[in-house]
Design a protein around this ligand. Sequence first.
Ligand SMILES: *Cc1c(COP(=O)(O)O)cnc(C)c1O
Length: 390
Amino acid sequence: MKFPVYMDYNATTPVDPEVLKEMLPYFCENFGNASSANHKYGWTAEEGVSLARKRVADLINAVPREIIFTGGSTEANNVSLKGVAEHYQGAGNHIITCTSEHKAILETCEYLESRGFEVTYLEVDGSGLIDTEELRNSINDRTILVSIMAANNEIGTIQPVEEIGRICKEKKVLFHTDATQAVGKIPVDVNKMNIDLMSISAHKFYGPKGIGALYVRSKDPRVSFTKQMHGGSQEKGLRGGTLNVPGIVGMGKACEISMNIMDTEMKKHIAYRDKIIDRLLKMDDVHLNGHRTQRLTNNINISIGNINLESLLGDLKDIALSTGSACTSASMAPSHVLSAIGREDSLARNSIRISFGRFTSEEEIDFLTDKLTGSILKLREEAPEFRITK
Ligand SMILES: *Cc1c(COP(=O)(O)O)cnc(C)c1O
């Protein structure tokens, strides 16, 4: 085992060695600009991009022309919301999203509100799910876009994307989904799910950082958006800037690998996940955040009562994980996602996220579980004020 044991795959993943291998020739040998149409350097780069575009499209059941490469999901989210808002503002000014979205959605929505758009923030229930009836009732004749994430990055809850897509199609409203945590890990099919726009990021599924894609439906309906990046004809003029060829090639390879091994990897991860959750939930005053089964295969988020979180984190120095707030000090606001599912502040602040992945061994899973349960028991024993009295 390598210490600290990496249990933060929902923050980012290591690049798969097969992905790196595919990328390497595109730095020094095949370094051409994919837009250079007059020579072999450009053609070789363009071929790499082309294959990658097909691989990304195949993974989500799209066609290559529907893929626009971006600098990641933050950009794809920004373009989806601002670009669609600007393009369709003649038809309406109302957008629907939910309270547990990533900040890249929530802050973009706040910006749009400052520009005169109206945003409805659907509440989520205790497990992080939206109410699809409430969604249906929130759509009005001014609604142009619904943006609901596929899977939550903090608590792992998977939204009923197919049903949301069906409602949006029926109501003739565009549907965008931030699928950053879903793509590459669980099946995502833009046709079956009636997705019109979708944000993807390579570094969440074993590709490199700083590269992602926006899926944009090309028919039934043909989706348009106002470009947010001016100054180049790349990506059909919708996203100017020299293409990040090695990154794109790597993202394509990551998609191909995910497609090939997804079923096997999911089964293995669900077994690991449930093994950890079952052991943790046997403890007193340990609470699972997010849905028990409708959740990412590699995510566990728990709130732990009767413990001093800083002492616990001190005891878990051998494990790289995330906490439920940006900072562990009591004065910091707890995570907006944990607040959205109704966790009271004290428990929300006492939360940790464990997320494992492709390169996690069963030995590491057992190490994590033993160490975490052992530390909780030990610290409660040592600090009587935090001890559970039965
Ligand atoms: C990581 C993440 C993002 C941001 O993606 P970047 O590519 O890092 O900009 C957006 N949404 C969700 C759900 C994420 O997990």
